[in-house]
Design a protein around this ligand. Structure first.
Ligand code: AMP
Ligand code: GLY
Length: 426
């Protein structure tokens, strides 16, 4: 079968690497891809929000399966668009419908979904321009810190954790009145701050059955010791020591099962990954957010650890046969460390030559490209997050150590990475 994978980050390189290993995968196309994905298949210059061009590509290249990496095309309805084309009636699309993708596309939608299905999450209220004054009153009385979330997609920048009321009121005004994120902040969710350690859990579902394919801890801040600005993710580890059997059982019973049952009850078509962002609050799990896709860089640790044939799983999912799949994971730990451009998550340069990509020879190391491209046959930087260097180890420390050793052999001007991934588990 020919497969089209949409996206261009480290997540997509990891998915491409995994799908290419399947005997069920014939031609693999990645749109638009990066210098790394071109080692797994053919990069094609398609724009992810041009659904008609993607449809035509699927017809022309006899695509049997489309796997959607990032959230934006999903929220914009790519699943519905592709599955409603008469000329593509056998096409398998891996991802949720637009309605189900609202779980990520609208914080308000996801909070209401959780309330309806009694899924543990932080207490909240929501406000818009017409209830702005009420919102200010609500904030003034709220315990601190208080969390403000722009309702819609805001490229990971829509959440403010305010430690005083003044800061919260300012952020609230910025979002609602000054339309900081345009229509994405026309509505704002104000919620209680949850103390604890975060965990990302990944579920593959056909909307009825599900399989938990792994979990990971993401390090979101730019600075060591979890300081400084938020990023898309600076590194990940899996498995995570506190996510023991008892905790994961609670997550499954209190969160995963009611979520999937909710899809069924509300007739939400969902044939893809659910990323559940959790807080472990004194041993009790709470949902911080749903994403309708895999995480990045979580994919770069969860996918290497997954032993199953991913394409076979996708086919089973499409036919509603996910229940027949037995998940198998490598018993070892996997860590990934993100090498980023100098200045990230602020401004940074692109087009800087990357040296040493072939130097690491350890078989336990996998170098996933996140933001790279080819320029005159040379791999250059093409984004803030540039490389996710993943490694297996008999324990987390060994995995992190191997990823670091590999990174020390790679260089680009102003390259930066966190040296402390996994630090709190030492
Ligand atoms: P989100 O965009 O919903 O993933 O939020 C971004 C980050 O803000 C999360 O990964 C958490 O670190 C933090 N966060 C969001 N909501 C809460 C909350 N209710 N309590 C504590 N931290 C939160
Ligand atoms: N690493 C967090 C995310 O993918 O949203």
């Amino acid at each position: 079968m020919n497969i089209l994978l949409l996206g261009s980050g480290g997540r997509e390189h990891a998915l491409a690497y995994k799908m290419k290993q399947s005997s069920l995968c014939n031609e693999l196309y990645i749109a638009p891809g990066n210098a790394g994905t071109s080692q797994c298949g053919t990069n094609v210059a398609l724009l992810l929000n041009e659904f008609d061009t993607i449809t035509q590509f699927c017809i022309d290249y006899q695509i049997g399966m489309v796997v959607v990496g990032p959230e934006e095309p999903l929220v914009k309805g790519i699943y519905d668009h592709l599955t409603s084309q008469p000329s593509l009636n056998n096409l398998m699309v891996i991802g949720p419908s637009a309605k189900a993708a609202q779980l990520e596309g609208s914080k308000s939608f996801s909070k209401e979904f959780m309330q309806r299905h009694h899924i543990p999450t932080a207490a909240y209220a929501e406000f818009n321009e017409s209830s702005f004054d009420e919102g200010k009153q609500y904030i003034r009385k709220h315990t601190l810190p208080v969390v403000l979330k722009a309702d819609g997609l805001a490229a990971g920048k829509g959440v403010v954790i305010a430690s005083n009321h003044e800061e919260a009121l300012q952020a609230f005004e910025e979002m609602i009145i000054n339309k900081q994120f345009g229509s994405a902040s026309a509505k704002v969710v104000i919620e209680e701050f949850l103390q604890g350690i975060e965990l990302s859990l990944f579920v593959l579902t056909d909307g009825v059955d599900y399989k938990v394919i792994g979990h990971a801890k993401d390090y979101k801040r730019i600075g060591e010791g979890d300081t400084g600005l938020n990023t898309g993710g600076m590194g990940c580890v899996t498995p995570v020591p506190f996510a023991d059997e008892a905790f994961l059982k609670k997550v499954e019973d209190q969160i995963v099962i009611p979520t999937i049952k909710g899809f069924e009850k509300e007739e939400m078509v969902y044939k893809g990954f659910v990323f559940i962002g959790l807080m472990n609050n004194n041993g009790e799990p709470f949902v911080i957010e749903y994403n309708c896709r895999m995480g990045d860089p979580e994919t770069e640790v969860v996918i290497p650890r997954l032993k199953n044939d991913l394409v076979e799983m996708f086919i089973a999912l499409h036919h509603g046969e996910l229940a027949s799949i037995q998940i198998e994971q490598d018993s070892r730990s996997v860590a990934t460390i993100m090498a980023v451009s100098g200045g990230y998550p602020g401004d940074y340069q692109k087009g800087i030559e990357i040296d040493g990509l072939n130097k690491p020879t350890d078989n336990d190391v996998l170098i996933f490209h996140a933001g790279t491209s080819m320029q005159n046959n040379v791999v250059v930087t093409n984004g803030g997050r540039v490389l996710a260097v993943s490694a297996f180890g008999n324990n987390m420390q060994e995995a992190v150590g191997k990823a670091k050793t590999a990174l020390q052999q790679i260089h680009f001007s102003e390259m930066y990475y966190r040296n402390d991934i996994g630090y709190e588990f030492e």
